[in-house]
Design a binder for this molecule. Structure first.
Ligand SMILES: [Zn+2]
Length: 500
């Protein structure tokens, strides 16, 4: 992972869709293959060392030592540097692999950073596992790292370069030049990145990954933290001040409910619908899945190879899935930008995302209750991506002079009447309309909740305080030396290609 930016500078990722020639696409694939190979090579070394350590313990135990003492024998798991040394020595050494003349005789033509970042990724995966075992890692447990399988793992690789002699650099506004790969055309323009580089930004690394039929690139730039025009503006504009605060309840039924209708964004009541093109894409998705199920697919047990018709359907499926992801992402960006620019404060519920999306079925020890209702809820919560929604608001609001306000996750936002404040004892998930027993107020359940969120939320201090990640882990605020920015700004906001 990228280290923290120096004081007065920040890391920012610029993301683009690539439009490689067939020859360039082949080179990209070769690099991703090499990175996957490198990860597996490093992991195999680590596993072998770990295995040797276990054998050693078993031996000591048979010699009469108790297991606790035996476990204290040092284990030396090779790190990236050691793995890289072995790789250099063995890659063309027939003694290491006489059949192929070295373990990796095809390494020429592949940028060496594709290998070294693969080695380092294995280090990270291993230490994640170790800290999870030791209990020092927050959030969900991390298992033993597994080998990356071709066709399974996302094809991806990362390149670094000498910052003094940059070989990863834009070529005009429409091409990105990378070592060993050449100048690859971009779908969009990289003008903003070029400007950042002109202002003293430096490209740190580039990550290329293929999802579905497309190659994407994410360029990490270390740039001076020049607060762009709007940020120097101390607070909200007159228009934003007049609009005040808006409450957002992220969808159970609709995508979101707003405390007041916003023209162009919601209907006249304040409900934000899921985009229509998404529904259409879903239908195509289901149709293609059905097609696939009727065609001859691969079967591991019989060794059946997939038919060409099945492969074509699968390619179509992954293309549609990709489109859906992009459409959802740009829709979400549009909503968060609209809210951040039109209001002085955007109030949301501080959801425990990891907890909400955990399986409703529970496990053998704690079987879930009311499983069916909760499964439906889980699906829509995942669709609306509340964690991503919050992340975008957190970094966009300071850009536009607005602020995020958060209300406690246990606040009775759906049970309270937004008109008189009376609180109901119980409200079933199936009750779509809120009717107050006290004052007779009637309103859509989610809009009622959004109004309560607007009323109960407390502004978040962008400079300090502890935050939680979606995994439930605490995130410490950045050191004071990182200037007064919000934690998100120094932690490189992912910039979406087609987004505002
Ligand atoms: Zn009431």
């Amino acid at each position: 992972m990228a280290e923290q930016a120096a004081p007065g500078r920040r890391h920012r990722a610029y993301r683009f869709t690539l439009d490689p020639t067939p020859a360039q696409a082949a080179v990209l694939t070769a690099h991703a293959d090499a990175a996957r190979w490198a990860f597996n090579f490093a992991l195999a070394q680590k596993r072998a060392a770990n295995q040797a350590w276990r054998l050693q313990i078993a031996e000591l135990v048979t010699l009469g030592f108790d297991e606790k003492t035996a476990r204290r024998t040092a284990v030396k798991i090779p790190t990236a540097a050691e793995v890289a040394r072995r790789w250099t020595a063995w890659r063309e050494d027939p003694a290491a692999d006489s059949w192929r003349g070295g373990i990796c005789p095809w390494w020429r033509g592949i940028n060496r950073f594709a290998f070294s970042s693969g080695f380092r990724d294995a280090d990270q995966a291993w230490s994640n596992w170790m800290s999870s075992l030791a209990g020092t890692r927050a959030g969900r447990g991390v298992g033993e790292p597994r080998f990356k399988r071709k066709g399974r793992a996302t094809p991806s690789f990362r390149l670094h370069h000498d910052v003094k002699k940059p070989t990863i650099r834009p070529d005009g506004y429409r091409r990105l030049r990378m070592p060993n790969i050449g100048a690859v055309r971009l779908h969009g323009s990289c003008k903003r990145m070029v400007r950042a580089l002109d202002r003293g930004g430096r490209v740190q690394s580039v990550t290329c990954s293929r999802r579905g039929h497309r190659w994407y690139v994410s360029v990490l730039v270390d740039e001076p933290d020049l607060t762009p025009g709007r940020e120097t503006q101390a607070g909200p504009s007159h228009r934003q001040k007049a609009a005040g605060r808006i409450g957002v309840d992220l969808g159970t039924k609709a995508l979101a409910a707003l405390s007041e209708p916003v023209g162009g964004l919601s209907d006249e009541h304040g409900l934000v619908a899921n985009p229509r093109h998404l529904k259409k894409a879903r239908r195509r998705l289901v149709r293609t899945q059905r097609q696939m199920s009727r065609r001859v697919g691969p079967d591991k047990r019989t060794g059946q190879e997939p038919s060409n018709r099945w492969k074509r359907a699968r390619a179509r499926l992954s293309k549609i899935q990709r489109e859906v992801t992009e459409q959802r992402a740009s829709h979400l960006h549009w909503i968060t930008k609209t809210l951040a620019t039109s209001y002085a404060e955007v109030a949301i519920e501080d959801l425990n995302v990891a907890g909400m999306t955990r399986s409703a079925k529970g496990d053998a020890a704690a079987p879930g209750r009311n499983v069916r209702a909760k499964t439906g809820l889980n699906r829509s919560v995942l669709d609306a991506a509340p964690g991503e929604f919050r992340r975008q608001l957190d970094y966009k609001t300071p850009w536009y002079g607005s602020q995020v306000a958060v209300c406690d996750r246990w606040a009775p936002t759906s049970k309270t009447c937004s008109a008189c404040g009376a609180v109901k004892a119980k409200l079933a998930l199936s009750e779509r309309v809120y009717t107050c027993d006290h004052c007779g107020f009637t309103c859509d359940r989610d809009i009622n909740a959004a109004r309560n969120i607007a009323a109960m939320a407390v502004p978040v201090d962008p400079g300090g305080g502890r935050r939680e990640t979606a995994r439930g882990a605490d995130v410490s605020p950045p050191p004071a030396s990182c200037r007064g920015g919000s934690p998100q700004r120094s932690a490189q906001p992912q910039q979406h290609a087609g987004a505002p």
